[in-house]
Design a protein. Structure first.
Length: 80
């Protein structure tokens, strides 16, 4: 991860394709495919390098957060 100074501020910090692939345990090819399809995290292309703003990555994660489905009710609860 690259940051402009000291503590990474999510507004200033960026992840490389390699960093993001490691963070999400994905292949870098998956990230490339998402970019070509126009899906996934917004990215910057600077001097041939692909960078992802940490703030965009975190927002993407929040939007896709899912809660586990509640357990199915017990049959005795249904019969009531």
């Amino acid at each position: 991860m690259t940051a402009n100074s000291g503590q990474p501020n999510s507004e200033l910090a960026h992840l490389t394709q390699h960093d993001l692939a490691q963070r999400w345990r994905l292949s870098h090819r998956t990230l490339e495919k998402w970019r070509s399809l126009g899906t996934g995290v917004p990215y910057l292309k600077v001097g041939g390098r692909v960078l992802y703003r940490l703030a965009d990555v975190e927002a993407f994660e929040v939007k896709r957060k899912r809660l586990p489905a509640p357990d199915e009710p017990d049959q005795s609860e249904i019969d009531r």
